[in-house]
Design a protein around this ligand. Structure first.
Ligand SMILES: CC(C)(COP(=O)(O)OP(=O)(O)OC[C@H]1O[C@@H](n2cnc3c(N)ncnc32)[C@H](O)[C@@H]1OP(=O)(O)O)[C@@H](O)C(=O)NCCC(=O)NCCS
Length: 193
């Protein structure tokens, strides 16, 4: 399997389509256009089949901008992104999806590992994400634990990471949060608080 970065708007359109297919109700601009990379600093990893069809993708972004994208798209205030602080030691795993015809083959794991190495190389020290209530919480708990994440109990808020408290957008509480230090590998204590 070959993992590449989705670096063109055409590729990102495919990624958005996959995410929209797998996750009901996500914003139709959840995957940023290349023109906005200076704000979002996204890492968008993708796997395509031999016919160049996208079968799996994962996206992680700067945290404040991830919140801002929701604010902006809900309120039509993209200019507000400009005033949000940018914190490059944190990254939020926004979306990870494997086409249902290709699940259980290691693609999701490979994408996570790929993102993690890139984040570690960028100096990101707190990587986190959440699982919403409509997903398969039991399998996903195991999946993220196996990847070395600390997985919080259901509905427990994310603790301060590197001394910063994360205030997510004002949406329904997720089922659970998870976090780790990129590059720490599995079974290594996480650098929290
Ligand atoms: C979760 C997901 C990304 C995992 O990708 P994958 O390529 O199937 O995962 P891998 O092959 O690397 O690892 C398989 C593990 O994923 C976990 N898993 C979670 N949901 C799964 C699903 N629907 N199908 C298969 N495995 C799933 C299982 O624990 C499985 O462990 P096992 O091998 O011990 O049975 C993928 O199943 C998916 O896209 N699910 C729907 C969207 C989703 O829930 N995304 C995560 C949101 S935070």
């Amino acid at each position: 399997m070959r993992i590449t970065w989705a670096e063109t708007d055409a590729e990102r359109g495919d990624v958005q389509e996959l995410f929209s297919h797998v996750f009901t109700g996500i914003e139709d601009n959840a995957v940023p256009l290349v023109a906005y990379d200076y704000m979002y600093a996204p890492l968008i990893a993708q796997i395509r089949d031999d016919g160049d069809r996208l079968v799996a993708a994962a996206m992680t972004c700067r945290t404040q901008v991830a919140a801002g994208s929701v604010l902006a798209s809900r309120q039509g205030l993209p200019d507000r992104l400009g005033v949000l602080p940018l914190i490059d030691k944190h990254s939020e795993l926004d979306l990870l999806a494997v086409d249902d015809s290709h699940r259980g083959l290691g693609y999701g794991s490979a994408l996570l590992d790929h993102l993690e190495s890139a984040l570690a190389a960028r100096g990101v020290r707190a990587w986190f994400g959440n699982v919403t209530v409509n997903l398969d919480a039991v399998s996903l708990r195991m999946f993220y634990r196996r990847h070395g994440f600390t997985v919080l109990p259901d509905f427990e808020p994310l603790p301060p990471l590197l001394g910063r408290k994360w205030h997510g957008p004002n949406l329904a509480a997720p089922q659970f949060w998870f976090y780790k230090r990129p590059g720490a590998g599995p079974r290594v204590p996480v650098d929290a608080a």
